[in-house]
Design a protein around this ligand. Structure first.
Ligand SMILES: [Zn+2]
Length: 220
């Protein structure tokens, strides 16, 4: 691990934060982003800071126990959530947590997003479940999210928002966009008579194809 790697990921997180603001997936200082730099080193956005004004050095570097290794600000209050996902899922390398509107509409209705649209199904691996409610920043919320996430790549947090994950930070960002799009499609489809879910077999087939072939072509 070199200082250069840390600098790269700090800048990459800032880029991702600005992208999320531009896309309208987060508002103000809400939402948070993290990346797994190595087995015991993670970079995460600081608590309560705007992505448009923070600098690379404001991104906090922590270890798997949540202790700050480098950085002068407090890490996001959702650090326990990020660390719990990384601990449970070695295949996850990046996490984007948003409060995007349509996904949050599903989260407050406590309605899972069924496997209805191909792009999200391919990446996320099926229905986007709703983790039972717990107060933000708590270990209970982290535990609930990990349990509901299971082996998929996105989960809704009841009355709160979305946790989107990826093998890489880029993939996590794509997952955040796809969850929001699917939530919007689901909401509209309900008005048109109801969304029709894909079969379990088709969902499993598309997700395996994505993991084995498409993800490689995307360069991770
Ligand atoms: Zn949140």
């Amino acid at each position: 691990m070199t200082g250069k790697d840390i600098r790269y990921w700090r800048e990459k997180i800032l880029e991702t934060g600005i992208y999320l603001l531009d896309k309208g997936l987060v508002t103000g200082t809400w939402g948070n982003i993290s990346v797994r730099i190595s087995e015991n080193l993670f970079a995460i956005t600081p608590s309560g800071r705007n992505y448009r004004t923070i600098q690379p050095d404001d991104i906090v570097i922590v270890n798997a126990s949540g202790e700050t290794v480098e950085g002068h600000l407090s890490p996001s209050s959702e650090l326990p959530l990020h660390l719990a996902v990384y601990a449970a899922r070695p295949d996850i390398g990046g996490i984007v947590h948003t409060h995007s509107v349509f996904a949050s509409a599903c989260a407050v209705s406590r309605r899972a997003i069924p496997p209805i649209i191909e792009d999200l199904v391919q990446l996320a691996g099926g229905e986007i479940s709703v983790a039972p409610y717990a107060l933000p920043g708590t270990q209970q919320l982290a535990d609930n999210a990990v349990h509901a996430l299971a082996s998929k790549f996105a989960v809704l947090l009841a009355n709160h928002g979305v946790v989107a994950c990826g093998k890489t930070l880029n993939e996590a960002m794509t997952a955040a966009e796809l969850v929001e799009k699917a939530a919007q499609i689901f909401s509209w489809a309900q008005l048109l008579g109801g969304a029709v879910p894909l079969s379990e077999e088709d969902v499993a087939g598309m997700h395996s194809f994505y993991l084995e072939h498409y993800r490689q072509r995307q360069g991770g």
